[in-house]
Structure formats: structure tokens, C-alpha cells
Design a protein around this ligand. Structure first.
Ligand SMILES: NC(=O)c1ccc[n+]([C@@H]2O[C@H](COP(=O)([O-])OP(=O)(O)OC[C@H]3O[C@@H](n4cnc5c(N)ncnc54)[C@H](OP(=O)(O)O)[C@@H]3O)[C@@H](O)[C@H]2O)c1
Length: 324
């Protein structure tokens, strides 16, 4: 089958580690099923994998991709939950110490077929296209959990989203508005800030690091070192910083004085549970909320999508369509 995979690991030039072509079809283990992938979406995770973050030489070649919407062996249209855990684990799957994401230990979704545990399949609502559904299992699920499970925000509260055009950040803006929050955004690029307000409905957009008109109830962080200090300074006393990523680096100054003196809460968050993905699918189905898609490309153009992400030249998700 056709697939795109990490053939090498290269921290400096991740695109040079990418190859695409024929790979063996997956052999499902007991209680696993094969899914014909119709659409898959790009995540920063795929760039990290090519750089060797979370992937070791001995696992190569590894098919990339966490997100998939497709058709199962019985002909059902499905969305795949990307968190693969210990089958004996009970409770929140994101807290299973043995969990991994597709493309970390098991071959990923940038392929005509992917094998996944049967329990990871959810029905795709008919109202969502395969392209839209493929955006939900990673970026959008992460944003859903950050806002609705981890933040403590209530309708009417104000949230700051760091980053205007990213996959997670565009999801945070759209989901935050759908939930009745006042949503403020920062972005490095004026055109992206304007789009966040005009197209996604953000209430205001500010340059990265700009002083805000007032402090906010919560900040959603995926950028890391470049925005961490601004995130802490932007919170009201008792406010919450939810962090699910560190694109620009994981070790900003901790600013412990600010955290304890103002009683700030710093909450880590990763992906989401199967139940949260089911709720996100229902939300999209019932409310008309749809993922923000920058571009749709055939999987054979995987390198173009990754190059746009590496250059920061995106507003929303890159979706790859897959022919069976
Ligand atoms: N823990 C999890 O489960 C989980 C799930 C999903 C993602 N993540 C992580 O979250 C991060 C974002 O993922 P993504 O897929 O949304 O990536 P993405 O689509 O490439 O978005 C990157 C975002 O970072 C911003 N950014 C990059 N460099 C910046 C800088 N120097 N200053 C300010 N902003 C900067 C961009 O802002 P502009 O809009 O201004 O360009 C953009 O909003 C990644 O590190 C990813 O690994 C974690």
C-alpha cells in the first residue's frame, strides 16, 4: 500500500527524513481492525517524529500520522481515536503510563490502511466529510480537553489563546466561541490575526507579547518558551494556564514567584479520551462547528504540507486525502 513514513531521523532537517512509497499492509493483532483511510490530517507531532522526538532509530521505518477518518472492515464510516493504551488500563486513557499515539509505537495513518484496536473506532457523523472528521482526533480533541476538561472556564469568561493560525489554536478559538467564551488571540502575523477575528470569530487579536486590556481567566498554551512569560503575566489572580505543547522550546523561566503569589494553576494536558472525542463529534454534528482547514492535498504531496507547517505558513489544518 502507499504510505508516507520516517525513513531516518533528522533534528535539523526533518523533511529530509521523510519518504513515501510502497509499504506492507498492516496485520491487525487480535481485537484490532483494519481501516481504509479516506482522509488524514497533519500535526506538528509528525514534524517532531521526523526530528526524532518520541521516535527511536530501531522503530524505523515508521509510517507517520495520528489522525484518520475512513471505512472499517464492515463498511462503516469511522473516526479513529489515536491514543493506543494498555487494554487492561481502566479510566482516563490519557493518563495510562503505557499509552502511545499512532505513529509512535504502531504504524500511523499516512497510509491507505491503518490497523487500530477495535475499541478506538467511533462512528463518523454523516454531516461531517471525511476531510473534516480527519481533523478532529488530535488537534481538535486536544483543544476540546484543554477548554472543557482542564481549564475550569465557564461561558462569559475570557480566554487567551497563544498563536493565531495553528491547528490547536484555531480549534481553541472556534470551540471557545461555540461555548460562549470571550476569546482573545495572539499571533505573529497581522494577516493571521485579522483572519482569527474576521473568519473564526475571535473577539480581539494582539501581537505576540502585547499588553492586554485586562487580565484573563485562563490562557491556552502550545507555543512554549516564546509565549510562556506573557501567558503568566496575562492571568488574573487565581487564573489557569493550560499547556499542551512547547513548539518553541520546553524550558522557559518558571517564574515561580508569580505562580505562587497570584495562586495561579498550571495544568498539563495531552490529547483526550475516547469519550471526549465522542462528545466533540456530537458537538460538531449538532452545532455546525467545523474544523478550520488551510488546504487539502493528496497524500502523495505530503512533503508540501510538512514544508508549509515547518515554515509556519498555515492557518488551520492540512488534510491529506487517500485513494483506496
Ligand atoms: N499534548 C498533546 O496532546 C498535543 C496535541 C496537539 C499538539 N500538541 C503540540 O502543540 C503544538 C502545536 O501543535 P499544532 O499541530 O497546532 O502546530 P501548528 O499547527 O504548527 O501551530 C503552531 C502554532 O505555534 C505558533 N508559534 C510557532 N512559533 C512561534 C513563535 N516563535 N512565537 C509565537 N508563536 C509561535 C504559531 O503561531 P502563528 O499563528 O502566529 O503562526 C501557531 O499558532 C506542537 O508543539 C504540538 O506538538 C500537543
Amino acid at each position: 500500500m502507499f504510505a508516507a513514513y520516517a525513513a531516518r531521523l533528522d533534528a535539523r532537517d526533518p523533511l529530509s527524513a521523510l519518504e513515501w512509497g510502497e509499504r506492507p499492509e498492516p496485520e491487525p493483532a487480535p481485537d484490532w481492525v483494519r481501516v481504509d483511510v479516506r482522509a488524514t490530517a497533519l500535526n506538528h507531532h509528525d514534524l517532531w517524529s521526523l526530528r526524532g522526538v518520541g521516535l527511536a532509530e530501531k522503530q524505523l521505518p515508521m509510517i507517520l500520522g495520528c489522525d484518520a477518518a475512513g471505512v472499517d472492515e464492515d463498511g462503516n464510516e469511522v473516526v479513529v481515536h489515536a491514543v493506543v493504551g494498555d487494554p487492561h488500563w481502566r479510566g482516563d486513557e490519557t493518563l495510562d503510563p503505557r499509552r502511545s499515539l499512532l505513529s509512535e509505537r504502531h504504524p500511523g495513518t499516512f497510509a491507505q490502511q491503518v490497523a487500530v484496536p477495535r475499541a478506538n473506532l467511533l462512528p463518523k457523523p454523516a454531516s461531517l466529510s471525511f476531510e473534516e472528521a480527519a481533523c478532529l482526533p488530535t488537534s481538535w480533541l486536544t483543544a476540546y480537553r484543554m477548554l472543557f476538561t482542564q481549564s475550569g472556564l465557564r461561558p462569559g469568561d475570557t480566554v487567551l489563546v497563544q498563536g493565531a493560525g495553528g491547528g490547536v489554536s484555531t480549534a481553541l478559538v472556534v470551540l471557545g466561541k461555540a461555548a460562549g467564551l470571550r476569546v482573545w488571540v495572539t499571533g505573529r502575523d497581522e494577516a493571521k490575526r485579522t483572519r482569527a477575528v474576521d473568519k473564526l470569530g475571535a473577539d480581539a487579536a494582539f501581537e505576540s507579547g502585547a499588553r492586554l486590556p485586562e487580565r484573563v481567566d485562563a490562557v491556552m498554551e502550545t507555543v512554549g518558551e516564546a509565549t510562556w512569560s506573557h501567558s503568566l503575566k496575562s492571568l488574573r489572580p487565581g487564573g489557569t494556564l493550560v499547556c499542551s505543547g512547547a513548539t518553541t522550546g520546553p524550558n522557559p523561566p518558571a517564574e515561580l514567584n508569580r505562580i505562587f503569589y497570584l495562586g495561579l494553576r498550571v495544568v498539563g494536558s495531552t490529547m483526550g479520551t475516547r469519550d471526549e472525542l465522542a462528545a466533540l463529534l456530537r458537538l460538531c454534528d449538532q452545532s455546525g462547528v467545523r474544523p478550520v482547514i488551510d488546504r487539502v492535498l493528496p497524500l502523495s504531496q505530503v512533503k508540501d504540507g510538512l514544508a508549509a507547517m515547518a515554515d509556519g505558513d498555515l492557518f488551520g489544518k492540512v488534510v491529506f486525502t487517500v485513494q483506496s
